[in-house]
Ligand binder design. Sequence first.
Ligand code: NIG
Ligand code: FE
Length: 414
Amino acid sequence: MNDTGRTNDSASAKYDFLLENARLVTMVPGTNGYQVLDAHLYLRDGKIAAISQHRLDTSVTDVLDCQGKLVTPGFIDSHTHLIYAGNRANEFEMRLNGVPYQTIAQQGGGILATVKATRLASQQQLTEQALLRLDGLINSGVTSVEIKSGYGLTLSDELKMLRAAKALENHRQIRVSTTLLAAHAVPPEFKNQAERYIDLVCEEIIPAAASESLADSVDVFCESIGFSTAQTERVFQAAQQHGLAVKGHTEQLSNLGGSALTARYNGLSADHIEYLDEAGVIAMANSGTVANLLPGAFYFLRETQKPPIELLRQYKVPMAIASDINPGTSPFADLTMMMNMGCTLFNLTPEETLRGVTCHAASALGVGNNRGQIEIGFDADLAIWDVEHPAEFSYLQGVKRLYARLIQGAVSYA
Ligand code: NIG
Ligand code: FE
């Protein structure tokens, strides 16, 4: 930035909002290290219109004095299962008594226990029960959240979950993007008939979600206790036929090659990826598929196999980091805590985790050209913090540091 700052405006341009005396952490990719600018930020129509170290000649009256507070892009939680009923504290106890996660799943617990509870809940109950968890994410600076279905596993229950997720926008200032995860587990009524269930997913559930505009993308749990790569590919094909982007729960518990498959379908992200190998990393690098790291599930399942962070760095695969909040493997409604875990468990740097919840998380949602950076023309989705240095997001946990959030220029105070 030069002395007078940057705008994309003609001289007659008007601004409708000014954030003055801000310390902007821009998170623009390509910058080496943190780019922190002492500047004034001018907004127009919910977008960033000018960044200037000097006051611009403008009549803007709507002014928020940031008093030197740190301003980041609003955080983006790019992988959650926020909508569900019940909880699985009992299974947590079973696992600590020695029963593995896979065994609990094979015995009808795990995902299917949550399916039972979620089918019994109404759409409104699902929305209400998710609000408490959403508030946890919001308090950690989240302005956009991805939410998956996957605990309904019938046409009507999957759509119910997606509607419940979208309805959160009526209760809180938040942006929700929805993902159809009908291929999360084989439902009990299709026991030993996974192919027939995939028929239902491809022929009925995906078309219905697409025609009602209830899903932005489609996800599959590609795993021995989920679906094979061949079944995953069928789902990806159906998704693409209906104009929906794809992503995968891949290489979480074993290496089936699901991430490379996701990359072949130009997937937005491959998520978990603890067992990803070099060929998978290269495939993701070539397709621009984001590596979505989920340290909460790694931690809570007490896994030991870590994602191949060094390879991901080497091949320049963008890394996002997300909460994966769900009742079975990641009961954590706090995104900065995941940033801390990303550093302590996966050896990420605080800068990498901050990219992981801003610019790279935006790419994981397919909105990387509009969100996740403080840059001219981007949406004014921002978080304002009582924080001195950006490394602190990954460091101190459990104290209130959020001052305010903005979504498309509209402010809500913490
Ligand atoms: O992201 N891996 C599959 N899905 C979830 C777990 C869901 C559950 O156990 O309820 C995950 O870890
Ligand atoms: Fe997940």
